[in-house]
Design a protein around this ligand. Structure first.
Ligand code: HEM
Length: 403
């Protein structure tokens, strides 16, 4: 199936408007940003937007990858555009650090996110996934964004962080309120953020007194070159994982189900042979990568022929890189065994996603179990799907009908 909208003509004015006044938060970009990115890549690959105080937008694969791989020129210390994401200046290591400080945090955390360690979470992930599916299968329908794609990464996060089983329902509610800040309201999200933070403070103390096999204990013990994290950094890192690991996975998984609901052949192809699952997940990640990230220039740089002065915010939209026609022939077509597939869904360079193994495992398990248990499903109403725009794009309402 080719995803580019066929009705290009009625959208032409809108695309021109969205290119001219580019804003990655614009709700009009939520459903399908790709005609806009395509136009940017072809006509204005280094664009300047006047929104949010002014920022630059790269759109070609090569430029985005080069910037992501050059932390000396493109700093990560301010992680969003606009700058304030309502966390009150809490440090979020390793994401908001540049080398050499970033290197220290990254080295500390890497063993916890290794393929081997990730594999130990697979049985519990499968159990959670199966439990969720069996909870709604007999109903014949579900809002997959609420009933499936959000609770899957939350269940994994509960395990990863070592949240007590008795607290997991309360913890999940806080995370829902944070992830859906826009829907539930900023006050509810801020309150949930404060509750989670206070919970982590207590959990850190509990793990100090009684170590377990979980991330907070791991952070209390990890050291590199004889140095450890301090508590503020441990708490910030735990909060970062909520931001980095839940919304992203939920959005990617939701987009995959949206697509699969419309392509019976793809469903049968993936379900037909387990060896197809891995490459299919890679292609779905390429096509539906939800994440755009921010950098701030540390020096004057030149991208293509365009100079960008020091101190400027720059957006790296990985969705645009992953649809660059010079890197991926026929980029709007889902080719489930595409090779090569050097996609940038997890970024590139020193900040490349620390949870990539985990995210891949969650997606494989979730899609495999869904397609096995509910082989046939479709969108209840394609026009009723609600997409969220911004740096993490994906469906937030996704009604599916089975059979
Ligand atoms: C499909 C799901 C996911 C996608 C698409 C995704 C994407 C990304 C991207 C693009 C980056 C690079 C950020 C940058 O360059 O500024 C990143 C970084 C990161 N991700 Fe993920 N991510 C996913 C899931 C996860 C999960 C499940 C976790 C952990 C539980 C995680 C933890 C992190 C962390 C800690 C970083 C920061 C790494 C660093 O700064 O060194 N991510 N992710």
């Amino acid at each position: 199936m080719t995803l580019q909208r066929a009705d290009g003509i009625p959208r032409a004015d809108e695309v021109a408007r969205l290119v001219g006044a580019f804003d990655h938060w614009d709700p009009a970009l939520a459903e399908d940003p790709h005609p806009v990115y395509e136009r940017l890549r072809q006509e204005c690959p280094v664009a300047h937007s006047a929104c949010h105080g002014g920022y630059w937008v790269l759109s070609r694969y090569g430029d985005i990858e080069a910037a992501a791989r050059n932390p000396a020129a493109y700093s990560s210390t301010k992680i969003s555009i606009p700058l304030d994401i309502g966390l009150g200046g809490l440090p979020l290591p390793p994401l908001d650090q540049d080398p050499p400080s970033h290197t220290r945090f990254r080295q500390m955390l890497l063993p916890f996110f290794s393929p081997g360690r990730t594999a130990t979470l697979e049985p519990i992930t499968r159990q959670a996934v199966v439990g969720l599916i069996e909870g709604f299968r007999a109903d014949g329908s579900c809002n997959a964004a609420e009933a499936f794609t959000k609770p899957v990464p939350i269940a994994v996060m509960v395990q990863l962080l070592g949240v007590e089983p008795d607290d997991s329902a309360r913890f999940s509610q806080w995370i829902s309120a944070i992830v859906e800040g826009g829907a539930t309201g900023p006050e509810a999200a801020a309150q949930a953020g404060a509750d989670v933070y206070a919970y982590f403070v207590d959990l850190l103390d509990a793990r100090r007194a009684d170590p377990r096999d979980d991330l907070l204990t791991f952070m209390l013990q990890a050291e590199v070159d004889g140095a450890q994290m301090d508590d503020q950094e441990r708490l910030g890192c735990a909060v970062l994982l909520l931001i980095a690991g839940i919304d992203t996975t939920q959005s990617a998984l939701g987009s995959c189900l949206w697509y699969l609901a419309q392509d019976a052949e793809a469903r049968r192809y993936i379900a037909g042979d387990e060896s197809r699952l891995g490459p299919a997940v890679e292609e779905l990640l390429r096509v539906f990568v939800p994440t755009s990230v921010a950098r701030y220039t540390m020096t004057d740089v030149v991208v293509g022929e365009q100079p960008i002065p020091a101190g400027q915010p720059v957006l790296l939209p990985f969705p645009s890189a992953n649809w660059d026609e010079t890197e991926f022939p026929d980029p709007g077509r889902v080719v489930l065994d595409r090779t090569p597939n050097r996609h940038l869904a997890f970024g590139a360079g020193v900040h490349r996603c620390l949870g990539a193994h985990l995210a891949r495992m969650e997606m494989r398990v979730a899609l495999q179990e869904f397609l096995t248990r509910i082989p046939d499903f479709r969108l209840a109403d394609p026009d009723a799907v609600v997409w969220k725009a911004g740096p993490i794009r994906g469906p937030v309402r996704l009604d599916l009908v089975f059979g």
